[in-house]
Ligand binder design. Structure first.
Ligand SMILES: Cc1cc2nc3c(=O)[nH]c(=O)nc-3n(C[C@H](O)[C@H](O)[C@H](O)COP(=O)(O)O)c2cc1C
Length: 189
């Protein structure tokens, strides 16, 4: 059985990436190979500072890191800010990557998707995220091909629900891939 932890790279309440993450979590909770699903909050994480770290990890950091550590797979959806990932997401990854040599992200399976109202679906941000995860912290990317959601504002309704069938299918395919990566015996090939 698998534990999945989802992270949204946007803090805003009406986040479209949040809608993707909620749709992913909802699907994962129905999957017979999954026994635990969490959406890990990143809004309470302080700005990374080695002095703060040296004084003792803040409780929000401890909780965030514990969630990631317990996950068999992590799912991240990122928007794009100025052609890269939002600082809040990089900050969360930086905290999770510490202390040096004991990162909870090293060797962790991570499925990645991105969304933007533009026609590119935050592809540059996703490329940066993939480089940070695979090259920087040694995570194992679940999806070789980027999963992007262009024009995402047309896929999410006013209540923050991902309603587009094609988009839902693609989210579910990514989650199935993530589950298959950690519980292959429970997912038919
Ligand atoms: C500071 C800032 C920079 C942005 N830069 C980009 C960008 O480079 N490319 C892009 O497609 N969208 C950009 N956007 C628009 C975001 O994609 C848009 O706000 C998106 O809805 C954010 O994701 P969310 O709905 O999950 O919060 C930017 C938005 C902000 C606030």
């Amino acid at each position: 059985m698998a534990t999945l932890v989802m992270v949204c790279g946007s803090l805003r309440a009406a986040s479209t990436n949040g809608a993707l993450v909620r749709a992913a979590a909802e699907f994962a909770r129905t999957h017979p190979a999954v026994d635990d699903v969490h959406i890990a909050p990143i809004h309470s994480l302080p700005l990374f500072d080695e002095d703060v770290e040296a004084a003792g990890d803040p409780i929000a950091v401890v909780r965030f890191r514990d969630l990631i550590a317990r996950a068999d797979a992590v799912v991240i959806s990122t928007p794009e800010y100025n052609a890269s990932i939002p600082g809040v997401l990089k900050n969360a990854i930086d905290w999770a990557s510490r202390p040096y040599g004991a990162s909870v992200l090293t060797g962790k399976r991570v499925a990645v998707m991105s969304a933007s109202p533009s026609g590119y679906g935050a592809r540059w941000a996703q490329d940066h995220l993939r480089a940070i995860l695979a090259g920087g912290v040694g995570a194992l990317l679940v999806n070789e091909e980027p999963v992007v959601f262009p024009r995402v504002d047309t896929l999410v309704d006013d209540h923050g629900v991902l309603f587009d069938d094609g988009a839902l299918t693609r989210v579910q395919a990514l989650i199935t891939q993530a589950i298959a990566a950690c519980a292959p015996e429970r997912v038919p090939a």
